[in-house]
Design a protein around this ligand. Sequence first.
Ligand code: SF4
Length: 333
Amino acid sequence: MTNLLEVKNLNIEYESNRGKVHAVNNVSFSIKKGEIFGLVGESGCGKSTTAFGISRLLRPPAQITGGSIKLNGTELMNLSEQEFDKIRWNKISIILQSAMNNLNPVIKIQDQLLDAILAHKKMNVKEAIKHAKYLFSLVDIQSDRLNSYPHELSGGMRQRVVIAMALALKPDLIIMDEPTTALDVVVQNGIINKILTLQKEFGFSILFITHDLPLMLEICDRVGVMYAGELVEVMKREELLHGARHPYTKGLLQSFPPLKGKKTRLKGIPGNPPDLITPPKGCNFHPRCPHAMTQCMEYEPQILGDEKGLVACHLYRVEGDTLEQISATSERY
Ligand code: SF4
């Protein structure tokens, strides 16, 4: 599979009255055509900021300060606002956490949908209404609901409307930022199944963002783990579940109760993420890491990779084609 999206050394900062916040720091990853790639991490780790950077939805004072974002080989960073407008919805669309953030509460859904369709497709109103009905059929909503206002629909239906909107122009990539977080688990399950069915049918790629690691492990092909604005690990879903390398990823995995098997006490991760205005020297995770060594407090770990994935941690070194773990004894605890 060829790469659809390539993000290299992305840096995003914003000014605050206390100084510069390094929200996204040197983040690199790629998404293949038809792949579901997940970004996971605690709140404030930079995953949504990364998504907003890719879809050019960052608002001042946040700004991209470096890096490259290529879609199908085209450098998006070089495009003017006008040129990027042709990419938005057509090639990249985004679904946000709460459907009410995407839908205008005082405009009927049909009018909102037609706005998006007519702005980008050469269609007359009659054809656009037909297309809107087709989109509603894809997400299992009866077409007479097109005449509703957002508040007349349930949360699950509104989220389906937003999915229909995201699909309107058959984009290559759909960014889903916590698309089901605000929904109860039954509705969430229905929405996720619908997303997976549509993804199989149309073959678009997904950048799926959530703090819910078990959900991510259910649906994503590969998972990227972010901590304090940095990407610390990337692995295939099935490898990550049983073979995570980074201490932070292991801590995340131990923070969720297993659905099957013996009851175990949840360990969690002690402490809090660092202040991104004054991050710690060396590895950002060292104040919370059970394996922190002297070098972790001095030097930032480089991201290393082998066929299993990528990891940024001093516990690993390159040995031939693979990464080998050095002794995981702590010098601090
Ligand atoms: Fe822990 Fe050191 Fe690895 Fe950071 S580099 S995660 S502190 S072992």
